[in-house]
Design a protein around this ligand. Structure first.
Ligand SMILES: NC(=O)c1ccc[n+]([C@@H]2O[C@H](COP(=O)([O-])OP(=O)(O)OC[C@H]3O[C@@H](n4cnc5c(N)ncnc54)[C@H](OP(=O)(O)O)[C@@H]3O)[C@@H](O)[C@H]2O)c1
Length: 293
C-alpha cells in the first residue's frame, strides 16, 4: 500500500467512525468495481452506516450485502433510464452521502436508450444529475452536511471542446466528444449545484479514479481488451480497494461548495476556466434533457 493510500485510509477511518449519527450512504454502481469497493470501505470504517447499493446485477449485490453493515440494501434499477431513476429514488428516505460510479466502457457509437438519450451519456452524465436532482431535498436535510461524489474524470474536461450547437450529440457523436461532454458537463454542473444557496449544506466533488483494475474493460472487443489485460498483468493500475480510499478521501476533503480531485484525492490545480454563462447554458440544457422523459 502506498503512502497516499495509507494516509487516506487513516483519515477516512477517523472521519467515518466519528460521524454521529452514522451516515446514510447511497452508492449508484455499487455492485462492481470502484463503487463496490467504496461501499465496502464505508462499511469497514463505519459498520453502523446505512448503506444502499444500486445497480442491475442482483447476484453481484447479494455477494457483498452481508459485508455492508447493519442495514444493507440493494435497489435494482437500470440507471441508463431516467424513468427508472425517478422510481428508484422514491424508495430512498434518507441520504447523507451520494456516490455516483455507474458507467460502461464501450467503443460503440451513439446508442440511444428507449428514452432517446445515448446510453453512455445517460450513465455518465444525465442520469447522475437526475439522481442528485431527485435526492436534493433529502441531501439538504443531512445533519452533518452532505456529500455528493461523481467518479468520472475531473482532469480532462475542456469547455472549448464542447459542441454548444449539439449539446446532446444527436448529430455529431463520437467517442471523444461523448467523453468530453460527460466530463466537461460534470465540471460545470457541480458548480451550478454548489452555487444554489439552498445547497450550501452539500459539497460536490468530481474525481478522476485513474486506471483501476475493475471489470469495466471486460466488455471491450478482444483487440482493445488485450493490451489492457496485459498492462494489468504487468501490475499497471491500482486496485479498486486503494482507489476507493483515495476517492472517499477526496470527497471528505471538499469542505465547502465544489472541488475537482485527482486520483490521489488531491485538488486538481490546472483546470480550464469555466465561465458563469457556460454553467448556466449547461444547466439549461441538462435540465431540459432530464425533464423530457
Ligand atoms: N476503472 C477505471 O480505470 C476507470 C477509469 C476512469 C473512469 N472510470 C469511471 O469510473 C466509473 C466506475 O467504473 P468501474 O471501473 O468501477 O466500472 P465497473 O466495475 O464496470 O462498474 C460499473 C458499475 O456501473 C453499473 N452500471 C452500468 N450500467 C448500468 C445500468 N444500465 N444500470 C445500472 N447500473 C449500471 C454496474 O452495475 P450492474 O452491473 O449491476 O448494472 C456497476 O456497478 C465509471 O463511470 C467509469 O467510466 C473508471
Amino acid at each position: 500500500m502506498c503512502a497516499a493510500v495509507r494516509v487516506a485510509t487513516a483519515s477516512n477511518a477517523r472521519i467515518l467512525s466519528s460521524l454521529k449519527p452514522p451516515p446514510n450512504v447511497v452508492v449508484v454502481g455499487g455492485t462492481s468495481g470502484i463503487g463496490r469497493a467504496i461501499a465496502l470501505s464505508v462499511a469497514r470504517h463505519c459498520p453502523s452506516a446505512d448503506i444502499t447499493i444500486i445497480g442491475r446485477n442482483e447476484s453481484a449485490a447479494n455477494s457483498i450485502l452481508s459485508q455492508l453493515g447493519s442495514s444493507p440494501k440493494f435497489l435494482r434499477a437500470d440507471v441508463s433510464l431516467l424513468s427508472e431513476i425517478r422510481d428508484v429514488t422514491k424508495k430512498i428516505n434518507k441520504v447523507d452521502i451520494l456516490i455516483l460510479t455507474q458507467g460502461i466502457l464501450t467503443m460503440a457509437g451513439r446508442t440511444p436508450t428507449k428514452e432517446n438519450i445515448d446510453n453512455k451519456l445517460a450513465l455518465h452524465y444525465y442520469g447522475r444529475v437526475l439522481f442528485v436532482q431527485e435526492l436534493l431535498p433529502l441531501l439538504r436535510l443531512s445533519s452533518n452536511g452532505s456529500k455528493v461524489l461523481f467518479v468520472l474524470d475531473s482532469v480532462n474536461g475542456n469547455p472549448s471542446k464542447i459542441n454548444w450547437n449539439d449539446m446532446a450529440l444527436e448529430n455529431s457523436y463520437s467517442l471523444s466528444s461523448a467523453a468530453q461532454h460527460a466530463t466537461s458537463f460534470t465540471d460545470h454542473v457541480i458548480q451550478y449545484f454548489a452555487l444554489q444557496p439552498e445547497n450550501r449544506n452539500i459539497t460536490f466533488t468530481h474525481a478522476l479514479p485513474g486506471f483501476v483494475r475493475t471489470p469495466i474493460i471486460d466488455n471491450l472487443p478482444f483487440w482493445a481488451r488485450l493490451p489492457l489485460k496485459c498492462s494489468v498483468a504487468f501490475g499497471l493500475g491500482v486496485s479498486p480497494e486503494d482507489c476507493a480510499e483515495l476517492m472517499i478521501y477526496g470527497m471528505f476533503g471538499t469542505e465547502k461548495g465544489y472541488r475537482y480531485v485527482d486520483d490521489k484525492g488531491e485538488t486538481v490545480n490546472k483546470k480550464h476556466p469555466i465561465q458563469e454563462d457556460m454553467v448556466t447554458k449547461v444547466w439549461e440544457h441538462t435540465s431540459r434533457m432530464i425533464s423530457s422523459n
